[in-house]
Ligand binder design. Sequence first.
Ligand code: ARG
Length: 464
Amino acid sequence: MTKKRMWGGRFEEETDQLVQEFNASINVDKAMALQDIQGSIAHATMLVEQGILPSADVKTIIEGLSSIRSDIEAGKFSWSVELEDVHMNIERELSNRIGAVGGKLHTARSRNDQVATDFRLWLRDKTYELISLIHETRHVFVDLAEANLDVIMPGYTHLQVAQPILFSHHMLAYFEMFSRDEARLTDSLKRLNISPLGAGALAGTGFAIDREKTAELLEFAEPARNSLDAVSDRDFALEFLSSASILMMHLSRLSEELILWSSQEFGFVTLPDSHTTGSSIMPQKKNPDVSELIRGKTGRVYGNLMGLLTVMKGLPLTYNKDMQEDKEGCMDTVETLTVCLKLTMSMLPKMKINKARMYYAAGRAYSNATDLADYLAKKGLPFREAHEIVGKLVALGISQSKDLQDLNLETMQGVSSLIEQDVFEVLKLESVVNVRNSFGGTGLEQVKSQIKFAKGLLAKTYGR
Ligand code: ARG
């Protein structure tokens, strides 16, 4: 039985059953099967070009690998835990199919450079997919901004009504956040897209391999410069998980706002039936489960980052088996981000925006107080004094249950003789919004020009 193991030469006793299961990673790393074959084909191609293996052997090897790939793609390949991981499952099957020549594939290669190569190839594919999903999500924010330019809502600080803003402006804030996410992932590709293949177990190899060639065949920018680093580096995975955590935090903040906005107290939006659920006991309920779950799943993504940081923190160079724990969290993160982005982008365009409700809420709570102070400051009063006067008017308003615009002129003039009839125009929500025409502000002109700019950015090509 010991013969079954690909590294079994020096072993006499059989591996303990539980050890075998514990040691195996096949249930996780089989997700990288196609990348494993891609890497092997590049490696074998290089071996023949370098005269390390005869071309007839490599032809047989590549045919064998291709037939295995077809079976994997057709879901007809059976994986075995005894063979530990994706690399040995495929290699053993290759030998089953083509005989002893299959054993030549592993010349000048180790599973250490192999797994690092597969993982980078896999994560590169997934990063491109995620970048395109983020790109689509950014489109959704710009579309929402453009379609709702007439919607005024309260802007908040401390979750207290602060100043009225355009709903479009709020959507464009998310556009900015997701633009940074896309840029972060795109930038991470520079460090991810380096080839560890040919680093061997840790120290390189005595065979005259061509690492530039395999890097080129796999569309990596260049080979890693240090073989020790090549097999022991997982920064690319950590960087991915960091970017993923920030992206998830953005999705979570959006979800939190949707949960608040769709509550009875806010009533700013109505989430679509397709993306909400009911209660098994309370017939009236419509719950924002999707948003809550996105907010909740942020925990597992952060956990995956913390998990891998912790796995790596004490490892001496170079490869350690601890590193086999690197993939599951990344795979879970890719899955989580993918579904969360898809749901966000399908839900947002279907939500109903309750314009009147937002407008009403924006006009309450003295959201135009700053503008009254600015009005007095423009008439020459030092801003601090203006602030004090408006504070008094707010207190007066509170005592009479009136907003500033509902106080009559004489009452206001009783507090400051600088106030004139034109104040009522200044206090209107539309004026309060549109006066904020400073670059990046909420005024209609600014928001329109930001939408134009955003569309220009979106039109730029991205990804592959
Ligand atoms: N399954 C292993 C992993 O994912 C592959 C590399 C194993 N290398 C070794 N020297 N045991 O890390």
